[in-house]
Every structure is written in structure tokens, then in C-alpha cells.
Design a protein around this ligand. Structure first.
Ligand code: ADP
Ligand code: ZN
Length: 714
């Protein structure tokens, strides 16, 4: 089998990412290599694929016993024969595994370094008999005393290198200061290793730093917009872990504590619940996270400043391994640097003190930046980014893409139409045109009813919270706070001035579109199915399919097994195991929602996906989401503006683009008011009535939105 065949048949991916292919080629040519890649870049594939191409055994040395089982389970789930040996197993279990290995039934064997070199030299002899063809050293930075997780046993790996001179070694790490890099090559005794250094950029992670005053309140504000998301909150001490977890749980958040002071049993249970998505938030000391490989962690919060950029980067890197937008939020106060300095100065080794202080100084500098944070991070790791990222708090504040005028108008208008006498929850129900029995009959005929249907409840909550925070909305009254407009808001509405919000959320930063182009309803259904399958199998949900894979299903609506197999992340075995269940849900969903066949598009959104000819409407959507208007799209695609407008109208009618991207609430109301009056349903009389005030495009948009909200209400 070729490497690419292995990647597609077993992993279900169509292309190699970044330097994966180059690393694999080096392995197949028998060259020692060092791969430096950020977390989430896909290091494992670099040795898992050659393991399947080569004949013989691949040995994977990894310090993380907890991770081994997950990795092995994941590989077995893909149909790859892998196993591990560690101290948690009984002697007879270990013997059984050794036999399997010697019989050539295992392609990948995971082992901890202490195991490898413990006791007699039996292991070397065993490996000699085992037809070893490749050795992968994971977390290779552990060999360096400079790093933060030095493991003395790693120093012995050099012996292994000498014992197997003809077998290629691959060292992998996500940590990479220059000293550590030197150590890896030297201490592992690699032979003239080839270096593969990937960019450390994690473009899907958005970096934000906030002052620690009122941190808890800021935290709950942040979390309340993310009730469906998994995340980790790091605290400095066990006590603050406990307190924070308790307070969050008392407020109804799904949160549990994790720190070394808890009984092992409790810790394991909490971790398990988190990994299985049964608990959303893990409040933890930094001890947590090393050993977990959960791809759908959507946010990482640091309640205190870490000691170095390396630690910060590694910890925040636990977010968004699936490549979907994720957030890193850090609370900073000057007091942190004082405390940390004191801690460092207590150490005995003066050389260490100096290095650690220098690292801390960089971390403080990061927190106090008034320029792009990602740029700083990447520069720190030796890269030369050419521009600001547009995806960190500094960039947001710099006025890039901060315009929230239209969604804010929708929100404020709804508050006004409701007589300024309802709370946030009700306002959002009305905005989203909820079918809830709570909605008063009279409110169903308001022009704003359902105008915000295209967005999730969380989205509107975040927006509402920002409007309160920024002084546009006043929330007052106990115990049921009611929203009203501040004078500032009235002024903005009257003057039609832009409303700029210091947005903390990815979602509204992009306006009302962006990542919203997948079918949320279907996504939820698929997640439920994944959850129950995972439960039945006793595995974490992401081992069934990653979030990214489900999102892709919710974009393409695959309805037969060949279309299903085209989805990114669906390999042969998983297609066989889970295909029927997922296809059933998708087909039912398509039928129930009377989706037209043209919505079942077969094109990949992923940059790394296959390029199947794209549906034309879908291409327009993608360009629109990048911020182009109809004219721009027409030029870009060489189509007439009319055609593109037609696409946009269709997309509004499908609910894929909110009408608010084109029309204000007042305009909508005016057009639809007349539309209702005329009853004819034809555009021409409507156009005649308004004359030049509205274009045909405006009118069609308004009507399309009307159709959409009617359909979704039924
Ligand atoms: P790392 O060890 O570098 O943190 P992983 O090996 O855990 O990263 O991979 C991160 C994620 O990316 C995993 O979900 C993995 O399946 C996925 N992945 C790896 N290679 C590819 C690829 N070529 N195409 C798509 N997804 C990939
Ligand atoms: Zn930036």
C-alpha cells in the first residue's frame, strides 16, 4: 500500500497536511528525522502511516500512559492493529501481548520509556526478535533538561538507537525552543537527522487576554455563550480549582474539578466524564490535559498567567485539535508576575532562575501587548509572520471586523418592539421566532419575530451580553431583570451610526455569517447519535467521529454510502461500522425538513479536502462569507450580478445567510408590511409602490426571508 492509500483507506483523509508527507517519505527512506509541529498538526500520522506501509513493528515511545490507551483505541477503531504495554496490565496480559507482537500480529506497539529500560535487558532481546522497522519518540522534548517536562529515562533512548543502527528513528514534539531542539538531536543520538519544522500557527485558535478584575463575572459571561462547548479552565491552586468549579456548578454550568489532590478514582471519573462529553467544563490545575487527546475542546481559559510562553502555547494548544474555531482566554493581573517571580527566585540553581525569569518576562510582555498577539507568539517561536492575524483581541480592538451594527439593530429593535418589558431570554425567543408556548400570541405578528432565526441562541446571548456590557442595553429588576435601551442606544439607532462592539466571540466577530454555514439542526442530531453510539461502545464520542467530521456531514448531507465515504474523517472501517446509523439520521432529516436535492451538495469546505466541482450557489456563499458583496462575487466568478443576486436570494430563503446582512429591521418591516397589504405576492406592484427606494434585489431578499421564517415556523 502507498502512504496515500493508507491515509484514505484507514484514516479517511484525502490529503496529507503540512510536512506529513515529507516526514513519511524520510521514514520510508530510512532516514532519522525530527518533526516539530504544533499540537493538532497531526504528528501521529507521521509514524502511523509508515507503520502500515512498512512490514514489521513500529515502536512508539511515549511518556503518557493515559494517552496510550486512547491512541490505541483510536487506531483499533480505524482497523489498525496496535497495542500497548504498560504497568497497568497484569503479567499474563503483558505476556499475551508480547506473543502477539512476536507473531507479527501488531503493527504499532506503544510503550513508556521507563518500561523499555527497566530491569533486565530483556526488552532489547525482545525487540530484536520482533522485526522492528521504525521507532517513533513522541514528546521528544522530554529528553531536554531545559524543557518543562524533563524525563530522565528519555536519555536512555540513545542506547536503543545504538542497538538498532539500521532502523530509522523519528522524534516528534510540539515544544521547540532552540536549546531543546539541540538537545533532541544530540541526546537521542540521532544520525544526521533531517529536520521538519512546521509553522506553529494555530489559525483556528483565537487569543484573548483580559484583566483579572471581576474575572469570575467575566468568566461566566464568556461561558454563558458557550453552553454546548467543551473547555478547560486552568487555575493556579487546588483551592481555586475547587472553588471555581463549585461556583460554576452552582450557577448551573456543567463543570467538575480536577487536580492532583483528589483521589485517583475521582480524578479518573471526572476526566472520563469530560472526555465523553458528559461534562462540559473541566476546572483544573495544569496537571490536567497532558494525557488527554480530546479533539473538540473549544476553549481553554487561564485564570492566572502561566510561567512561560511555551507552557501557555502548549496548554492553549489543547483547544481546537479538530481544526474548528476555538478560543484561548487568559486573565492577567500584575500581581501574577510578582507571585511567579517570587516562586522562581526560591529555586536554587541560579542558571535556572535566570532562564525562568527571562521566560516569565516574555509572558508578561505577551499579556501587555498592544499589537497582534499571534504575531508575537509566532515571532517568539522563530517565525516571521507577515501580517497581523485578525483573530486576537488586539486585532479585534484595532477595529477590524468589529462592526456589529446589523445584529445589534435587530436585537435593540426587538427589545423596543416588546415594549422594553421583557428579559434577555424572551427577547431571544422572539428574535429566533421560537415555537415555544411562552411566546404571547401578539408577539408572533411582530416584524421582528424570527428575524434572527439564522443564528443560535448562544450567538444572540453573547451579543445581548455585549450590548449590556457596552452600555447599549440596561438590564434591571430583581429577580427578573428586564431589558431596556440606554440613551446611547437610542442615539445610535436614530443617527443610524455604526455600532462597534468589543467582541469576544468568534461568532459575531464575523458578523452574522462565518462559520454558520452548516446545518445546526442536523449537527445536533448527529451529535446525539454519536453520543449514544459512543456510550454503547464505551468510548469517547470523538473516537466515533470528530466534530469536524460531523460539521462536514451537516454541510453536505451525504445520503448514500459513497457520498458518506467522501466525508473528511470517514475511513473504510468507520464507514462500515457507523455508516448505516448516520445515513439513516441524515436521510430522515432531509425528508423531515423537505430539503431540496440541490442542498445536498457534494463539495468539500475543508482546505485540505477533495476538490469536487462545487455547486454554484455554494461557491457564492463561500465568497459572501469572506466578506464580498454581490458585485464583487460577480466579478470574481465571471457571472452577471443578476445571477449572483439570485444565489443570494436563494441562500436567504434557505436560511444560510441572514437577511440582516442586507436590510435593516425597519426596511424589512416596511417592505413586508406592503407585501402583506398587497396580497398578490408579485414583485412588480411592490416595486412600483416603492419606486427607487428599494431595488428588486432588496424586495426579493425581504420576501425570501419571509418565506424562510414562515417555513421554519411551521
Ligand atoms: P498532534 O499529535 O500533532 O497534536 P494529532 O496527531 O493528534 O496531532 O492530529 C490532530 C488531528 O488532526 C487528529 O484529529 C487527526 O486525526 C487529524 N489529522 C491528522 N492528519 C490529518 C490529515 N492529513 N487530514 C486531516 N486530518 C488530519
Ligand atoms: Zn492578531
Amino acid at each position: 500500500m502507498t502512504p496515500l492509500q493508507v491515509l484514505t483507506d484507514f484514516f479517511g483523509y484525502s490529503k496529507f497536511r503540512g510536512s506529513q508527507e515529507a516526514v513519511i517519505t524520510a521514514m520510508l527512506q530510512g532516514k532519522d528525522s525530527i518533526a516539530l509541529m504544533p499540537t493538532g498538526a497531526g504528528k501521529s500520522v507521521c509514524y502511523q502511516v509508515p507503520a502500515m506501509v512498512l512490514s514489521g513493528l513500529t515502536l512508539v515511545i511515549s511518556p503518557l500512559i493515559a494517552l496510550m490507551k486512547d491512541q490505541v483505541d483510536a487506531l483499533n477503531g480505524l482497523g489498525i492493529p496496535a497495542t500497548f504495554i504498560n504497568s497497568t496490565q497484569s503479567v499474563s496480559e503483558q505476556r499475551f501481548i508480547s506473543e502477539q507482537v512476536l507473531q507479527g500480529k501488531v503493527k504499532l506497539l506503544y510503550v513508556a520509556p521507563e518500561r523499555l529500560f527497566s530491569g533486565s535487558n530483556g526488552w532489547m532481546g525482545f525487540l530484536k526478535k520482533a522485526n522492528l522497522c521504525l521507532v517513533a519518540v513522541d514528546e521528544a522534548h522530554c529528553v531536554s533538561q531545559w524543557g518543562h517536562d524533563f524525563r530522565p529515562e528519555y536519555l536512555k533512548i540513545g542506547l536503543l538507537r545504538e542497538a538498532f543502527p539500521d532502523i530509522p528513528f523519528l522524534a516528534l514534539t510540539a515544544t521547540a525552543d532552540p536549546q531543546t531542539r539541540r538537545d533532541i538531536a544530540e541526546k537521542l543520538a540521532l544520525r544526521n537527522p533531517q529536520w521538519f519544522i512546521s509553522s506553529f500557527d494555530r489559525p483556528n485558535i483565537s487569543y484573548q487576554v483580559a484583566l483579572r478584575s471581576d474575572a469570575f463575572q467575566k468568566l461566566t459571561g464568556f461561558l454563558s455563550g458557550r453552553s454546548e462547548d467543551s473547555g478547560i479552565i486552568y487555575c493556579l491552586s487546588r483551592k481555586s480549582v475547587e472553588e471555581t468549579a463549585e461556583k460554576l456548578a452552582a450557577l448551573g454550568f456543567s463543570a467538575l474539578p480536577y487536580h492532583a489532590g483528589l483521589d485517583k478514582e475521582v480524578r479518573d471519573r471526572h476526566q472520563e466524564l469530560f472526555i465523553k462529553d458528559e461534562v462540559k467544563i473541566m476546572v483544573a490545575t495544569i496537571a490536567f490535559g497532558m494525557g488527554i487527546d480530546k479533539s473538540n475542546v473549544r476553549f481553554v481559559v487561564h485564570m492566572n498567567m502561566p510561567q512561560s510562553i511555551e507552557s501557555y502555547y502548549q496548554e492553549t494548544g489543547r483547544a481546537g485539535r479538530d481544526g474548528l474555531p476555538s478560543e484561548a482566554l487568559l486573565f492577567y493581573s500584575y500581581g501574577d508576575s510578582v507571585t511567579l517571580t517570587r516562586m522562581i527566585e526560591n529555586a536554587e540553581n541560579p542558571e535556572y532562575v535566570n532562564v525562568a525569569k527571562a521566560k516569565l518576562a516574555k509572558m508578561v510582555q505577551f499579556c501587555q501587548l498592544s499589537s497582534c498577539r499571534r504575531r508575537f507568539l509566532l515571532t517568539y517561536f522563530g517565525e516571521k509572520p507577515s501580517e497581523d492575524c485578525g483573530n486576537c483581541d488586539v486585532c479585534f480592538r484595532a477595529g477590524k471586523q468589529l462592526d456589529a451594527t446589523i445584529p445589534a439593530q435587530m436585537f435593540l429593535s426587538t427589545v423596543v418592539r416588546l415594549g422594553e418589558s421583557f428579559g434577555m431570554g424572551y427577547v431571544i425567543l422572539v428574535l429566533r421566532g421560537s415555537a415555544s408556548a411562552k411566546i404571547q400570541e401578539a408577539h408572533k405578528s411582530l416584524s421582528v419575530f424570527g428575524i434572527g432565526k439564522g443564528q443560535t441562541e448562544d450567538h444572540w446571548k453573547k451579543l445581548g451580553n455585549s450590548l449590556v456590557r457596552e452600555g447599549y442595553l440596561i438590564s434591571a429588576g430583581d429577580p427578573y431583570p428586564v431589558l431596556s435601551l440606554s440613551p446611547l442606544a437610542w442615539e445610535k439607532l436614530k443617527s443610524k451610526e455604526k455600532i462597534q462592539l468589543a467582541l469576544e466571540s468568534d461568532e459575531f466577530r464575523k458578523g452574522l455569517v462565518g462559520e454558520e454555514s452548516y446545518d445546526k439542526g442536523l449537527f445536533e442530531k448527529l451529535k446525539n447519535l454519536r453520543f449514544s453510539l459512543a456510550r454503547k461502545l464505551g468510548v469517547p464520542p470523538y473516537l466515533v467521529f470528530s466534530d469536524a467530521t460531523l460539521v462536514e456531514m451537516a454541510v453536505h448531507y451525504p445520503q448514500d454510502s459513497s457520498a458518506f465515504r467522501m466525508i473528511h474523517g470517514v475511513g473504510q472501517l468507520k464507514a462500515e461500522r457507523f455508516g448505516d446509523d448516520f445515513l439513516r439520521v441524515i436521510r430522515n432529516y432531509v425528508v423531515e425538513n423537505q430539503l431540496k436535492p440541490k442542498r445536498t451538495i457534494t463539495v468539500s469546505v475543508k482546505k485540505s479536502g477533495r476538490s469536487v466541482p462545487a455547486d454554484t450557489v455554494y461557491q457564492t456563499l463561500k465568497l459572501f462569507e469572506r466578506g464580498m458583496d454581490a458585485e464583487g462575487i460577480a466579478v470574481e466568478r465571471g457571472l452577471s450580478p443578476r445571477t449572483v443576486e439570485g444565489h443570494l436570494v436563494e441562500l436567504v430563503e434557505q436560511g444560510k445567510i441572514p437577511v440582516g446582512s442586507f436590510l435593516t429591521v425597519d426596511e424589512m418591516e416596511e417592505i413586508l408590511g406592503e407585501h402583506r397589504k398587497q396580497e398578490s405576492g408579485f414583485l412588480k406592484p411592490l416595486k412600483e409602490f416603492f419606486g427607487d427606494k428599494y431595488s428588486y434585489f432588496d424586495l426579493r431578499l425581504a420576501v425570501a426571508h419571509h418565506t424562510y421564517s414562515k417555513r421554519t415556523l411551521e
